[in-house]
Structure formats: structure tokens, C-alpha cells
Design a binder for this molecule. Structure first.
Ligand SMILES: Cc1cc2nc3c(=O)[nH]c(=O)nc-3n(C[C@H](O)[C@H](O)[C@H](O)COP(=O)(O)O)c2cc1C
Ligand SMILES: [Fe+2]
Ligand SMILES: [Fe+2]
Length: 392
């Protein structure tokens, strides 16, 4: 339990051992947190519950502030099981509470769980009174699911932002300014890239709706990771920028290879970029998790994707990765496809066709037969130079 303001306490739990969030899509190297908050007042309120399996510790944390039976209001900002998984158990413990959520939350929650509770449906602008404090709700559809909302406490100036502004870090620190700022900058971006990237248009709308309300926000208390009390405007600006798919002059090379020839090509493309001071990151898809690469791609203008040809097709991991990136709905990007082949080839064109199908502009396609010779290497370097021209 941690005190955040006069009336707000953090009562969530740390999942130190979570390594693969959302199935296998997000490798969370240090673990994650499921945050929850008590607004302590005449009628105490609980904001969000936690993942299944942490009920006892969660109840202990709440009990340090108030007996769980005294909680009068439970706000369910989001349906997803990381925030609702313990609800069947918690509903029995929080037996005197009234539950609140959006209409979509109510519908989904009753489908997911066997619940005997009444959920009061709330909309943007609805308020509840706790005594000295009030809570106001703001619907934020698709930040992260259609049911998502945020809750604002004007008296404490805290925005309980649920998935928005979260980071997947396991730490017992409380505020983002208590850990290395490089770590926070990376983890907030990695979270956005892997969980929110495709939802930019809705995120932009929701954030602008909140900004129009002119709420003084001193704390942003998300449901994952650390609380923001510093750099609030900076992180909001970052979200707005990512939501618009703003890109920088950076290239990310991702490839898959069987015998190393495609890697030789990748290194030659990277050499042209390096010779011209263009930031480049390079990954063998077999050796790095998708989440890490998605983070590197979030602001990169150039995607450079390679595979050798295997049974007339691109290799399977890179195919999966392109499928994954398609889901991110990247905008404003250019690309080069490349790869080695033995006879008829196929992968380079297949990659280009795939990237083009979701709006990425492919500016060059480079092949090499078996191990690239001098001329083929020069083609790779020249493809790199075409990228340089577009990225300078
Ligand atoms: C199992 C296997 C299947 C292959 N299938 C094809 C193919 O259908 N068409 C083709 O042009 N080359 C094919 N090749 C040849 C490779 O694409 C070629 O060896 C290439 O140089 C490998 O590049 P890498 O070293 O980057 O893996 C195949 C190679 C292997 C090992
Ligand atoms: Fe979520
Ligand atoms: Fe979440």
C-alpha cells in the first residue's frame, strides 16, 4: 500500500513473474503490475480490481486503509481480465459496494464471469460523491477496448487512466520520476507500440476530449506501472504524436535467414545508412521478441524487411512478424524488401506485396542468388542509399 495524495492510496499488486502478456505477443522481461487505487472518504471507493490469483494480497493491501466491507463504490474502468480477473472473488468480499462501468463493460463482464452483482452504467460526465471527494467518468473507447473509461477525482487532481499511459514494468517504486528516465521513456513507448499503436485515431479523440474538459491533472495514475506526477504534459504530447503516426528518420531492419546470405545483405543495407548517419536498428527475427522490435518501429519511417526463399515463400517467422506489424496499421512508412534465393525466388516479392497491401510504400526490392556477390552487394548498398535520400 502506498499513499499518493491526502485521500488516494495505491493498493495494487506486482506480478514479478509475468513474462508473456497477451498470450505470447508482449514479452514483459521484468514483469508487470496491476494497479488499483482506494479513494478514502466517508464512502470509500476502489478504482479497478486486479488479475486473478492475487486476491489475498490485494485484500490485505485494501485492509491497510479500510475494511473491504466498507468500500461503497467500485469503479471498473476496463473489462480486460488483467483488471477484472479477480472480480468474482472480490464481489463477494466487497459486499456492500455498488459497481460502476460503461454499458460495454457491463455487457462484457456478465459474459466473462458468473456474477451476481448489479452494475450501474455510467457515461462521460456522470459523477459520484464520496463525501469530501467526487469521481467523474470519461469514456475512452478503444483506450484500450470499446468498454474503456478513465475516472477523474477533481479534489485530488488525479486521473485514473487505466491502460492509458501505462508501462509494463515490475517495480515497487511509485512514481515515474523515481526510476531512470531512459527506462520510463522506453517502457511507455513499448507499451504504446504493442498495445495501443493501431488505435491512434480513437486515442487522439479521447485525449482531446479530456484536454477540452480543462481538468487540472497533477497525477496520472495508470493501471500498469508507475504513476506520473512529473512530465504529465510531455507524456500526453507523446501519446498525441504516436496517435498521429509521427515518424523520425530512422530505419529498422528485420530479417530471417537459413544460411546467412540474407543477413549479409542486411548488413550491407545498414552500412549505407550508417555511412550517412541515419539511425538504424537491425534484428534477426529468430533472436528477438516481436514486442522489442515493435517498440523500435513505432517512430521509424523506414521498415527494411528481408527473408530468404523457402519452398517459394518467405520464411515463417518473418511472415508472422509482417502479419503482426500489419495489425499495427502503420502509416507514413517507406520500405525496402530483400533476401537471398536459390532458383526461382519468391520471398522478396511476397514481402513487398504484403507491405504494399497495408499502405507501406515499398521503394526498392533486392534479391541475391545464394551468397551475394560484389554486384549484388552493391545493389544492397544502393537500396540503402535510396533510403538515405528519403530519410535525410
Ligand atoms: C528447405 C529449403 C527450401 C528452399 N526453397 C527455395 C525455393 O522454393 N525457391 C528458391 O528460389 N530457393 C529456395 N531455397 C534456396 C535458398 O533460398 C537459398 O539457399 C538462399 O541463398 C538462402 O539464403 P539464406 O542464407 O539467407 O537463408 C531453399 C532452401 C532451403 C534450405
Ligand atoms: Fe487492456
Ligand atoms: Fe491492462
Amino acid at each position: 500500500m502506498k499513499q499518493i495524495t491526502k485521500s488516494v492510496y495505491s493498493v495494487g499488486v506486482i506480478d514479478w513473474n509475468m513474462r508473456s502478456f497477451h498470450g505470447n505477443t508482449f514479452i514483459t522481461k521484468s514483469g508487470v503490475t496491476y494497479n488499483s487505487y482506494v479513494v478514502n472518504d466517508n464512502e470509500p471507493a476502489l478504482i479497478d480490481v486486479v488479475h486473478k490469483g492475487f486476491e489475498e494480497e490485494f485484500i490485505k493491501n485494501i485492509s491497510e486503509i479500510t475494511e473491504p466491507e466498507k468500500i461503497k463504490h467500485v469503479i471498473l474502468n476496463h473489462l480486460e481480465p488483467d483488471h477484472s480477473g479477480s472480480i468474482e472473488y472480490m464481489a463477494k468480499v466487497l459486499k456492500n459496494a455498488k459497481f460502476y462501468g460503461t454499458a460495454k463493460l457491463k455487457e462484457g463482464l456478465l459474459k466473462y464471469y458468473n456474477l451476481n452483482i448489479d452494475i450501474t452504467v455510467v457515461k462521460t460526465g456522470d459523477k459520484i460523491n464520496l463525501g469530501n471527494n467526487t469521481l467523474t467518468f470519461v469514456e475512452v473507447p478503444m483506450v484500450h477496448w470499446p468498454d474503456s473509461m478513465m475516472t477523474y477525482c477533481p479534489e485530488q487532481k488525479v486521473l485514473f487512466s487505466n491502460d492509458g499511459f501505462g508501462q509494463h514494468i515490475a517495480t515497487n517504486k511509485t512514481f515515474t520520476d523515481e526510476v531512470d528516465c531512459g527506462l520510463i521513456d522506453k517502457e511507455v513507448a513499448k507499451y504504446y507500440a504493442n498495445i495501443l499503436w493501431p488505435l491512434g485515431a480513437m486515442i487522439d479523440r479521447s485525449i482531446n476530449n479530456i484536454l477540452k474538459m480543462n481538468l487540472p491533472i497533477v497525477f496520472i495514475a495508470p493501471s500498469h506501472g508507475l504513476i506520473w506526477r512529473k512530465d504529465i504534459n510531455k507524456v500526453i504530447e507523446k501519446y498525441l504524436s504516436w496517435a498521429k503516426n509521427t515518424v523520425t528518420n530512422k530505419a529498422v531492419i528485420v530479417y530471417e535467414t537459413m544460411w546467412g546470405s540474407t543477413e549479409i545483405m542486411a548488413r550491407e543495407i545498414a552500412r549505407a545508412l550508417t555511412d550517412n548517419n541515419i539511425e538504424v536498428k537491425m534484428f534477426d527475427i529468430a533472436k528477438t521478441d516481436f514486442a522489442e522490435i515493435a517498440y523500435e518501429m513505432l517512430e521509424a519511417k523506414a521498415f527494411v524487411i528481408g527473408s530468404s526463399t523457402h519452398d517459394n515463400e518467405m520464411l515463417a517467422y518473418i511472415a508472422g512478424f509482417i502479419h503482426f506489424i500489419k495489425g499495427m496499421k502503420p502509416k507514413n512508412r517507406i520500405a525496402v524488401s530483400f533476401g537471398s534465393f536459390g532458383w526461382a525466388g519468391g520471398a522478396v516479392k511476397e514481402i513487398a506485396t504484403n507491405l504494399t497491401s497495408f499502405g507501406v510504400e515499398v521503394i526498392d526490392q533486392i534479391g541475391a542468388k545464394f551468397k551475394p556477390n560484389k554486384e549484388e552487394l552493391n545493389n544492397c548498398y544502393q537500396a540503402g542509399m535510396k533510403l538515405v535520400e528519403k530519410l535525410k
